[in-house]
Design a protein around this ligand. Structure first.
Ligand SMILES: Nc1nc2c(ncn2[C@@H]2O[C@H](COP(=O)(O)OP(=O)(O)OP(=O)(O)O)[C@@H](O)[C@H]2O)c(=O)[nH]1
Ligand SMILES: [Mg+2]
Length: 362
């Protein structure tokens, strides 16, 4: 299943512009072109230069990058939890994502109205964070109503759950995101069942423009805010990214080289992978080279199971080589002859950049 990311932010923050830019930037690398599932949902291929390097020595028929499913919802406004604006009716779409990208408008554009009257990134970020917390508070209150009667009549499990509910509730009332609570894993498992929004890791995307750049004090204030919120921050120029996506890729690359603007997509994906603790391994069987993002600590047999359940069931061993070593050796055959392939058992922990061929019995 691809990584799922939900985009939130105030109206006119540039959410859809960012989604379009990402989707188009991803398309040329991809076996996953931008496929619109509904108007605000896109599949984005994850660019990874390591795939190209591996392919240049293994000559596969196909390169299959990892994918990210991006869901873009209508803007939230102050009071959304009370039904202001489009309200929070669309929040259901982002309950089950793996990470949230919160687009904050830093750009100034007189022709693009701002619901709060003017650009103020920190204030805007706090409005959206408050609405997410208030939406969670409403969810938690519903959970509480269900379990409180059982707790009152002495149900021990319900009493335990009620204690967790109240801890989460108290944090949300103070505006603290649930991801910032140090929940022990049994508690976290309970909380996960409530599908809260503020449990998800967050990447703030500061949407800048040519006239308001990354050094702007308001961006710097956002950087500090992100730190306090245990969120990552990526500075993007969604408008520029869209324009570059329309250019010939060579021209776009030249522009990036001259202006020093690194593409937003890989930076966003890197931030998400880091927050989620993902590493990527590569498979090179069946005439394709393919990227597989997995949680750090994934074992060889679990990794095999990602590819196919048969591979996990009949697991014999993994033949492992770091991608750089494979690329430098000039091919799998050469690497094998030079003894560069390691044989690893089921418990081996997959490392970022491993190229793995699984041996299994059917
Ligand atoms: N100048 C400038 N305009 C931008 C930038 N990003 C987005 N815009 C413009 O802002 C307007 C709103 O952008 P959208 O991407 O539709 O905003 P949104 O967050 O999806 O808004 P809603 O869907 O209404 O919540 C569009 O006219 C964009 O062209 C930017 O970086 N600079
Ligand atoms: Mg939009």
């Amino acid at each position: 299943m691809p990584l799922r990311v939900g985009i939130v932010g105030l109206p006119n923050a540039g959410k859809s512009t960012l989604l379009n830019a990402l989707a188009r930037a991803g398309a040329p690398v991809a076996a996953y072109p931008f496929t619109t599932i509904d108007p605000n949902r896109g599949m984005v291929a994850v660019p990874d230069e390591r795939l190209t390097a591996i392919a240049s020595v293994t000559h596969p028929q196909r390169i299959v990058p990892a994918a990210v499913e991006v869901v873009d919802i209508a803007g939230l406004v102050r009071g959304a939890h009370r039904g202001e604006g489009l309200g929070n009716q669309f929040l259901a779409h982002i309950r089950e994502v793996d990470a949230i990208v919160h687009v904050v408008r830093v750009f100034e554009a007189p022709d693009v109205p701002h619901v709060e009257g003017g650009t103020d990134p920190l204030r805007d970020a706090e409005i959206v964070e408050a609405e997410l917390a208030l939406a969670d508070l409403a969810t938690v209150d519903r959970v509480r109503e269900k379990i409180a009667p059982r707790a009152r009549i002495g149900d021990k499990v319900a009493q335990h759950e009620l204690a967790i509910v109240d801890r989460v509730r108290e944090a949300l009332q103070r505006g603290v995101a649930v991801r910032q609570l140090d929940l022990a894993s049994p508690e976290a498992a309970h909380v996960a069942e409530w599908h809260l929004l503020t449990t998800h890791p967050v990447i703030l995307a500061a949407n800048v423009s040519e006239n308001v750049g990354p050094d702007d004090p308001r961006v710097q204030a956002l950087v500090r805010h992100a730190e306090q919120q245990d969120a990552a921050i990526v500075v993007v120029n969604a408008q520029l990214e869209t324009e570059l996506a329309d250019l010939d890729p060579k021209e776009a690359e030249e522009f990036r080289a001259v202006s020093g603007s690194e593409a937003a997509l890989p930076r966003l994906v890197r931030a998400a992978y880091t927050l989620l603790g993902y590493v990527t391994f590569f498979s090179i069987a069946s005439a394709e080279v393919r990227a597989w993002p997995v949680v750090r600590g994934t074992t060889a047999v679990e990794a095999a199971g990602k590819i196919h359940t048969d591979m996990a069931q009949g697991f014999i061993r993994g033949e492992v080589i770091p991608w750089e070593t494979l690329a430098a050796a000039g091919g799998l055959h050469q690497a094998r002859e030079r003894g560069l392939l390691r044989l690893e058992g089921r418990a081996y922990q997959v490392q970022d950049g491993d190229v793995i061929t699984f041996r299994f019995a059917v």
